[in-house]
Design a protein around this ligand. Structure first.
Ligand code: UDP
Length: 316
């Protein structure tokens, strides 16, 4: 297929683009490099440096779009909500209009567990209430809502994948955010000597060891789900699937595994809770397993951290 990957110079987008090229697809990466890296665009993919509102010309002859380009920092979204609404919702609506104009009627969308907000039960199912607690989650949910409407009225075929905590590396493709907020890369930066210690944001949550519990999914497993999603697109339907490994690990457990993998002692500083962090976020991925036959292959936290550590040690 001829595919456009928006945000294909970013962490998840570059891994998906690499897997699509490996599978023999014709891939165009569209990325404005606001947070991505041009050297992350896989060999064999065409690269267009442009904003998602400028995708029109590059959509000629494209069969489907995989849409990753977005702003994704929760804290920034609270401080600067306009950016999130303009880019994540406004930008996506412009992209969807350009797609309609060019007769591109298939999309896979990078959605998030942040659409659910504070969950009522664990694991979270797709039918659970969506009550985002920050503009980032709200802007992603708004796109999901628009996709449902466009599927109904325009015959668009859409699949949204709601990611839980993506981590690990796929070959040389790893997490390289300029502003790094995520736990695993921040812990590993202590092991490389880039940071002196890691802050644990709260130890008084109602969890077994008092730290937050998250569902970490290997980026290779996550990416593979996009190829399955592409094959499952049906005209006039918007399908939504959670994507996680289905097991929760606490912040303390993550740090312990990082100590084992790196052999570094990784000093910890206990800090305040980070506003808006739910105590437990674990996915039920039963729906995508049942309907698309997806299965995580590197769900063990040791594998996820080892792959992230290997890619980081080889590339810094
Ligand atoms: N966290 C932490 N220290 C850090 C980064 C994150 O204690 O330096 C905690 C954070 O409060 C949350 C968990 O680790 O409970 C996962 O956070 P991350 O930002 O990786 O992902 P999120 O769940 O927010 O999407």
């Amino acid at each position: 297929m001829r595919l456009m990957v928006t945000g294909g110079a970013g962490y998840v987008g570059s891994v998906v683009a690499a897997q699509l090229v490996e599978a023999g697809h014709d891939v165009t990466v569209l990325d404005d490099l606001s947070t991505g890296h041009e050297d992350a665009v896989p060999d064999g993919a065409r690269f267009v440096r442009a904003d998602i509102t400028q995708a029109h010309d590059a959509l000629d002859g494209v069969d489907a779009v995989l849409h990753f380009a977005a702003k994704s920092l929760v804290g920034e979204s609270v401080a600067k909500p306009g950016r999130y609404w303009a880019n994540n919702l406004g930008g996506t609506l412009a992209l969807l209009d350009a797609m309609r104009d060019k007769g591109v009627a298939k999309i896979v969308f990078s959605s998030t567990a942040a659409t659910y907000g504070e969950p009522e039960r664990s694991p979270i199912q797709e039918s659970d209430p969506t009550r985002p607690t920050n503009p980032y989650g709200a802007s992603k949910l708004a796109v999901d809502t628009a996709l449902t409407a466009f599927a109904q009225v325009r015959g668009l075929g859409a699949v949204s994948l709601r990611y839980f905590n993506v981590a690990g590396a796929h070959g040389r493709y790893r997490e390289r955010h300029t502003v790094e907020t995520h736990l695993i890369p921040n812990v590993l930066k202590v092991a490389t000597g880039e940071r002196d210690n890691v802050s644990v944001f709260g130890t008084d949550y109602p969890t077994p060891d008092g730290t937050c519990v998250r569902d970490y999914i290997h980026v290779s497993d996550l990416a593979r789900a996009h190829l399955l999603a592409l094959g499952a697109i049906a005209p006039g339907e918007h399908k939504i699937y959670n994507l996680g490994s289905g097991t929760g690990f606490s912040v303390q457990e993550v740090i312990s595994v990082c100590r084992e993998v790196t052999g570094h002692q990784i000093p910890v500083v206990v800090g305040e809770r980070r506003p808006g962090d739910p105590a437990v976020l674990v996915a039920s991925s039963a729906k995508i397993q049942r309907e698309l036959g997806w299965k995580p292959e590197r769900a063990a936290l040791g594998d996820i951290v080892s792959d992230a550590w290997r890619a980081l040690s080889q590339n810094t």
